[in-house]
Each structure stands twice: as C-alpha cells, then as structure tokens.
Design a protein around this ligand. Structure first.
Ligand code: FES
Length: 345
C-alpha cells in the first residue's frame, strides 16, 4: 500500500534569522516578522497543514538555520488530501529598489529585475532559497538594526567560516567598515582590504550579479543606540496604576504603570518571539501566534509562554525617562527587584 507523510503540526524553534526564505516558499504558512518567523494562525490546524505538507517540508529543508520543525503522520496515499496550490509570494520590491539606485546606474536596475526573474544558481537549497527570497521579496537577512533578532546579533561574534551563508555578507561589511574607520590605514590599503573582503564573500557564496549587490546593501547597516529617551518622568508618573503606554511599541517597549513603580516591558513574547497586543478591555497582553497571555505586569498566565515578559533597564536622566534595551531583567531569575528594572514613583 502506497503511503504518504502529511504534516499535522509545524512550528518555529528559537534561532530564526528572519531571512524570508520560508515565507517565499510557503507564504500562507510562514510569516516573517522583525524578530522571528511565526506560523500564521490559520496554519496551526492539521486540516490546513496537511494539503501543504510538501511546501512545509521544502521550506524546512531550505531553512539555513534549521528552525522549522514539524510533525507528520503516515496515511494511505489514496486518502491523502490533494496538495494545495502554492500561493504566489509577495510582490517583488523591484520598483522600490529601483528608486534607491542612482540614476547613473540604469543597467543595474534592469539587472535586478533580471536577477529576480532568474532561477537560483546554487545547488545548496538554503543558498538557493535565500537568493530567491532576497530577489523576490527583498529579503531581510541583512537587517542588523536594533530590532534585529538576538540570533542575528549573536552571529556578529562568530567567525565568517562559522556563519550560515546568509550571515556572511553583513559580517564582511562590518569588517570592511571597521577597516575604513581605522585612521592609520591608507586609502589604498583600506580599499584593498575591503575588496579582499568582498571577493572572499563573493567566492564563498557563489552568488552573482545584482542578487549579490542586493546582499551587499542590506536594509540597515548601523546598530542604533539601544537607549531610548521616552519623555519627562512626570508624564509616566501621572499614568493611572494599571495603565499601559504603547507609544514606543515600535521600538519594542511598553511602559507600564504599576503600584509605586514604572517599568519598561519588552514587547517580545517569551514563547517564540511574536509581538503580543495589549487588550485594554481584557487587561492583558495577548500573543496572536499561539495564544500566550501576560498580565499588565508582564507575568505570563496562559498559553505556551514559559516565563514572563522581560523588563528593560529604566532610569531618569535630567528628568527624562531613559530605557536601555541593551540590559534586560527576568522575573524568574529574581531580577525584577533590581532597582535598575523600575522607577519608583
Ligand atoms: Fe507563541 Fe507568543 S510566540 S505564544
């Protein structure tokens, strides 16, 4: 009897580098956010995943960091549901990229379009998927800004040879940038060092043409200051106890007014990194991905999240509240008693 493996459950393990490859392959299942990829809510049921088993398995094979996990069951092939047709990936941002390219480089723009249309050249499925994602969807794999996933930031401390393919180019960029900022290096030596870096990168990845150009000019190259000045302390002291300020959610921060203190909560769900929503009527943060719920204080009370939201360091400098996203405090480690984790009011 012929049998077939059907995916009944799919999830994302920690370590996603937000490269876009999975969403390009199966956009109806995967949704790449700023911090991590998540499973779309409709794809949390076996009825939805079974007809998309092949796409999910393909996405898992293409994932450069192997964070796509799934469970399968074996069924009689005759009883297996017909495979769902692959959905078209999001429109290629070729026009947006064209606007970014100087007028003096019209050939480069048309080459971008050609690269987007061309099949991936690498035989490595991960590299091919990365190339496809970058050209088809303007992949985010070069994003190293303040909102980058911790896994992406962690790559910066590793040697180029140890990095997954998609992470090599920002590392090379970073090395070249450091060389350029070294005052005792001559211009010729600097340009030469940068050229060696580029050449090594190009050789290592075997990615040609404008796809490589796209890789070399990722969306964000600078690490923004982790400190955010969010306003006069009086503004937050006047908040009612139990109130949540969402003005800085785009920077990954909720300001919560608790009894006798003000705290800055991280907006990253401690399950798999989605961004929950504050539901005022229900007085809770609710994660849209797998249903975790957190009280206004950040304490988890429902769903799969294993621990409370984290708090950022918060202080007052010259009457202004400053949140330092580089320093976090975890409740389960007893760190919320640290005076740097709240402001007394
Ligand atoms: Fe799974 Fe939030 S990421 S519940």
């Amino acid at each position: 009897m012929a049998t077939k493996q059907l995916v009944t459950k799919v999830w994302i393990a920690p370590g996603c580098i937000v490269c876009d490859a999975c969403e390009t392959t199966a956009p109806e299942v995967f949704h790449v956010q700023e911090q991590t990829c998540v499973i779309r809510p409709e794809a949390l049921t076996p009825d939805f995943t079974k007809p998309r088993s092949e796409l999910i398995v393909e996405a898992a094979q293409e994932c450069p960091v192997d964070v796509i996990k799934f469970e399968t069951i074996e069924v009689d092939a005759a009883e297996a549901p017909a495979p769902a047709p692959a959905a078209a990936p999001a429109a290629a941002p070729v026009m947006a990229m064209a606007a970014d390219v100087p007028a003096a480089a019209p050939k480069a723009v048309s080459a971008v379009a050609a690269a987007a249309a061309a099949p991936a050249v690498s035989t490595d499925p991960a590299i091919a998927a990365m190339l496809k994602a970058t050209t088809a969807r303007g992949g985010k794999s070069g994003h190293l800004g303040g909102d980058a996933a911790p896994a992406v930031k962690a790559l910066r401390s590793r040697k180029i040879d140890e990095l997954p393919p998609d992470a090599r180019y920002p590392k090379v960029l970073e090395a070249a940038k450091e060389t350029l900022s070294e005052p005792k290096v001559t211009r010729r030596a600097t340009v030469g060092a940068a050229a060696v870096g580029w050449a090594a990168f190009a050789g290592a990845n075997a990615l040609g043409g404008l796809a490589l150009q796209r890789f070399m000019f990722p969306n964000v190259l600078e690490e923004p200051d982790p400190k955010v000045r969010i306003g006069e302390v009086s503004k937050f002291a006047e908040m009612a106890v139990g109130q949540v300020n969402e003005e800085y959610k785009s920077k990954g921060i909720w300001i919560v007014r608790l009894e006798g203190e003000i705290a800055a909560l991280s907006t990253t769900c401690t399950h798999l990194g989605c961004i929950p929503n504050w539901l005022e009527a229900e007085r809770k943060f609710k994660c849209p991905c797998h249903g975790s719920g957190f009280m206004q204080s950040g304490i988890n009370f429902e769903g799969p999240a294993p621990r409370p939201l984290e708090r950022f360091q918060i202080s007052v400098e010259d009457g202004v509240v400053v949140v330092n996203r580089a320093k976090k405090f975890q409740q389960e480690k007893g760190e919320w008693t640290n005076p740097d984790s709240f402001i007394s009011v």
